[in-house]
Design a protein. Sequence first.
Length: 180
Amino acid sequence: MFQIDLVEQCKKNNRKGQMQLYRQYCDGMFCVAMRYVKNTKDAEDVLQESFIKAFQKIEQYEGNVTFGAWLKKIVINKSIDFLKSKKHQTVPFQESHMPLEEDDNWNVNDDITLNNIKCAMEELPEKYKYVVMMYLMEGYDHSEISQILDLTETTCRTRLLRGKGYLKQLLKEKNYGARH
């Protein structure tokens, strides 16, 4: 069955159509949630809440993007909301202390592994971490990230550049090194 037919069935509250869409997207969306929440049980909760929201709001799906892309935005937002709800009191990060790096060079030394980068990304302040993750791991552009996180594109670009600088600094501190 075609995806558009399944979506139409879901708009009519057809449970069979909902189950088919769920089965089609649950594994991929679970992986997206895991990249953010880092815990299987929490990712399952986020996934369930995301599908519930998607089916409740399916009338808003207009077909401008694939259903998977639309659902992925919901999963990312639910993941971020979940993390915010679990967040303990933290010391605010002073953005003004980070110099703004004005290039698009994301190169790092060849001996740095993807795992090294992922670990360092976890240490980024939240406002940088999500922008960097969405750009590098999810492949979103500035326009899409700004829509998902409700930021201006300028703020998105600034946070990405500062996040990149911070990430390179973290990699250096861990003696992984980073190209300049």
